[in-house]
Design a protein around this ligand. Structure first.
Ligand SMILES: Cc1ncc(C[n+]2csc(CCOP(=O)(O)OP(=O)(O)O)c2C)c(N)n1
Ligand code: SF4
Ligand SMILES: [Mg+2]
Length: 351
């Protein structure tokens, strides 16, 4: 992990968001990842997302596990809260953060190894609890940090740097998440900011568990011929299911698409997702169609990208658990310590 601060040069002409903050204000420390690593492109997209959404840094928490991908939170929003947890254990820390402050915007960044192997149990329960967080998987098909072993998302036949082929069936995080009850599932590519940034915005504004699987080539261990997660292979096999844009609340909505071909989805937090179908057979509002669409594309050797599934009707973790609105540290002393009479009445209920 790097602790080297980026030199901050702010000019009067720099664009500022509604809070008066510049893009640089949302940056983190200098990246120590390999030059060209897809993870750094995702960091750039996250910075653009939180800048555009005018997020107040103290209202956001960034979390991760262990891996090259899990270093990402150090590289953006250095003024926000952060927790770099243990390998695969980020979801339990996110659960605690959600319970302690239901108003914090939560961004978790994980890897395919961190999520689909050691962290699979924790990931599954974060999904089924509909934890209110944006969960980004920086998916390169390998354990980059430990020098390129196949991960559980490596495709059958995909080769390692030294030529050995993976023989085990991959786990597709999008299909798994939809099956487990995720309420927002999308896939994109680190090199496609035009698609990725609107998805990040919509995912962050979604109330509930929003997972985005981002194919993010590892240039050091998995970007050669034979790898199915390389820049070249992903560019050739990527197929967009629906064009997706995020529209901020209160801004005028202009629909320029032909009648019948676009669909607006209201998000709990006030924004809207605008979908335009590029393929009439695909609807991200129908769970079984989403799963079938992902599988059909995969059978053809394609990677289906875009918003793959969304359900805005489900209550999130804090609503189901009826936790307090707001932060625990803002609860008044009288509410925290209502006195012995109130305590005795409470205890009587358990007798
Ligand atoms: C408990 C534990 N087991 C194993 C490791 C070793 N380890 C560190 S990172 C990693 C895999 C990271 O892969 P991924 O999540 O895909 O991240 P990437 O480096 O590819 O971005 C492993 C197995 C560890 N740090 N802690
Ligand atoms: S080893 Fe791979 S995943 Fe890790 S920083 Fe380098 S290119 Fe990125
Ligand atoms: Mg990985």
């Amino acid at each position: 992990m790097s602790y080297i601060k980026k030199p901050k040069i702010i000019r009067d002409s720099d664009p500022r968001n509604k809070l008066g903050m510049t893009f640089d204000d949302y940056e983190g420390v200098m990246s120590t990842l390999c030059a060209g690593c897809g993870h750094d492109s995702i960091t750039g997209a996250i910075i653009q997302t939180v800048f555009d959404l005018n997020i107040e840094p103290h209202k956001m928490i960034k979390l991760s596990g262990i891996g090259c991908s899990s270093k990402t939170p150090a590289y953006f929003a250095s003024q926000s809260h952060g927790f770099n947890s243990v390998h695969g254990r980020m979801p339990s820390v996110a659960t605690g953060a959600n319970a302690a402050n239901s108003e914090l915007l939560c961004i978790g960044v994980s890897g395919d190894g961190d999520t689909l192997s050691i962290g699979m149990g924790q990931f599954s329960h974060a999904v089924r609890r509909n934890l209110n967080m944006l969960y980004i998987i920086e998916n390169n098909g390998v354990y980059g940090l430990t020098k390129g072993q196949f991960s559980a998302s490596a495709d059958v036949g995909s080769t390692a740097k030294k030529g050995a082929a993976n023989l085990q069936t991959p786990i597709d995080p999008c299909s798994i998440a939809i099956n487990l009850g995720a309420t927002f599932v999308a896939r994109s590519f680190s090199g496609d900011k035009e698609q990725l940034i609107p998805l990040l915005k919509a995912g962050l504004m979604h109330r509930g568990f929003a997972m985005i699987d981002v194919i993010s080539p590892c240039v050091t261990f998995n970007d050669h011929e034979g790898s199915t997660k390389s820049y070249l292979s992903t560019r050739e096999t990527k197929r967009e299911a629906v064009y997706t844009d995020y529209i901020a609340p209160f801004s005028e909505i202009e629909v320029q698409y032909e009648e019948g071909s676009s669909l607006e989805v209201d998000l709990h937090e006030g924004g809207k997702v605008l979908l335009r179908k590029t393929d009439d057979s695909f609807s991200p509002l129908d769970r079984s169609q989403s799963i079938n669409g992902i599988k059909e594309a995969s059978d053809k050797g394609e990677v289906l990208t875009g918003l793959l599934y969304i359900d805005e009707s489900q209550p999130d973790f804090t609503e189901v658990e009826n936790t307090i609105n707001g932060a625990l540290n803002s609860v008044s002393y009288d509410d925290l310590c209502p006195g012995s009479k109130a305590l005795n009445e409470l205890l009587d209920n358990y007798k």
